[in-house]
Design a protein around this ligand. Structure first.
Ligand code: EZ4
Ligand code: CO
Length: 403
């Protein structure tokens, strides 16, 4: 079998997505998600100009060599643009392998390690009362795990809280990023009472998660983790930016709240220290940004040695193709933890063919060959790309801060 062509689609059905379609001489095609929120055209251009020409005439079954050709073979390593492009190709090749052999991808990775995959969704509200209501709505439709974010008194626009009822969308169309403002004291003084009230309303039988979105210092994270202990979170996510990984040693010394990190990581080296020092409980790398299924299997194996589970990033700003890849990966490994799932807009659901086997808080996978997902090209092409940026965040005095 030989790769004959590969195309890149950049469309905006509901939001911007980048999709790779790899074609073969046997008529089998594979799909990969190359979306990098706010930097879509950089990945698309990297794929079209540099990676795709090197794929032609390669055997799509050689996923290990092709991955190393693009990772090791290129002097410039790592980085989100590079790894997202490699990840999309790797995903599409696994899709082709599954289709060629007539089996779902998870059967090629290790088979069924469980019957169904636990998912968590997002609930967000303007204030505590609104957030309590939103959590209730998610529980009512069967979710067993909910990530809770709430508006904070005195802060106007913050991460995780949209204005409307529709799916939260952080990227905003325009020629420059919009700006938000932040105050850590207001946040830290508010969050424990939020979780106190959520537990009071819904009891201990539901998994609660929270995302700090990289905004704390280590000692602030330690304080929050400690104060949240009575409310028994499933995880506390992205407390600090993770460039300085020793930060987690300080946080870990102070709290038993489980820690999750890694949605912005793109190689095993980004989490090697955190994993081998047992400083986290969940690794949040996702297939698209983590360089594909091939390297993610290695991340999962390393994590398994240290009692760390997976919790793949699965926002609505990655396409259903990435979600499918995460589910096949999660199905096949022993140390699957949980899968993030925010749902998609109607336009996104129309542009991608995806068997939504979601019920009662869990995903199941069909026995469809490959990843079981694809791009409906005619439908996707109706929605041209529109430039959008993630916001910029500043402290109230104007100091540039982490978003
Ligand atoms: O801000 O995917 O856990 N989820 C998150 C996401 C990220 C977006 C960035 O594109 O932190 O909402
Ligand atoms: Co996050």
């Amino acid at each position: 079998m030989k790769i004959t062509a590969a195309k890149v689609f950049v469309n905006s059905p509901g939001r911007n997505f980048v999709t790779v379609m790899i074609e073969t001489n046997e008529g089998i095609v594979g799909f990969g998600d190359a979306t990098l929120n706010g930097r879509e055209l950089a990945v698309s251009s990297y794929l079209k100009e540099y990676l795709i020409p090197c794929l032609i005439n390669r055997d799509p079954f050689d996923t290990e060599d092709i991955w190393h050709y693009f990772y090791r073979g290129v002097y410039w390593r790592r980085g989100a643009v590079n790894m997202t492009a490699i990840g999309a190709i790797d995903m599409a090749l696994w899709d082709i392998k599954g289709k060629a052999l007539g089996v779902p991808v998870y059967k090629l990775l290790g088979g069924k390690s469980r019957q169904k995959l636990l998912a968590y969704t997002h609930a967000q509200g303007k204030n505590i009362a609104d957030t309590i209501e939103k959590v209730g709505e998610k529980l009512a439709i069967g979710y067993k795990a909910v990530r809770v974010q709430s508006g904070i008194p005195g802060l106007e626009k913050i991460y995780g809280i949209g204005n409307e009822k529709r799916t939260y969308e952080p990227a905003i169309q325009g020629e420059r990023p919009q700006e938000e403002s932040w105050n850590t004291e207001k946040y830290l003084n508010f969050v424990p009472s939020l979780f106190g009230q959520i537990r009071q309303n819904y009891g201990d039988g539901v998994h609660l998660l929270h995302d700090c979105h990289h905004r704390l210092t280590p000692i602030e994270a330690a304080r929050l983790g400690k104060e949240l202990e009575p409310f028994k979170l499933f995880w506390l996510e992205d407390t600090v930016t993770a460039e300085l990984q020793k930060d987690f040693e300080l946080i870990r010394k102070h709290t038993t709240t489980p820690l999750a990190v890694g949605e912005v990581f793109n190689t095993i080296y980004d989490c090697q220290y955190l994993i081998t020092q047992q400083l986290i409980d969940y690794i949040r790398m996702t297939v698209a940004h983590g360089g594909g299924i091939t390297p993610m299997m290695k991340v999962a194996s390393l994590a398994a040695l240290y009692h760390i589970k997976t919790g793949c990033h699965g926002p609505s700003d990655l396409s259903p193709i990435n979600l499918a890849a995460c589910l096949h990966f999660g199905m096949a490994i022993n140390n699957f933890g949980i899968q993030e799932y925010m749902g998609y807009t109607e336009a996104t659901m129309k542009a991608f063919t995806f068997e939504h086997m979601f019920s009662d808080g869990y995903f199941e996978l069909s026995d469809k060959p490959g990843l079981g997902v694809g791009l409906n090209i005619d439908e996707a092409e109706k929605h041209p790309y529109k430039k959008a940026y993630l916001p910029i965040n500043r402290l109230e005095d104007g100091t540039l801060y982490h978003w």
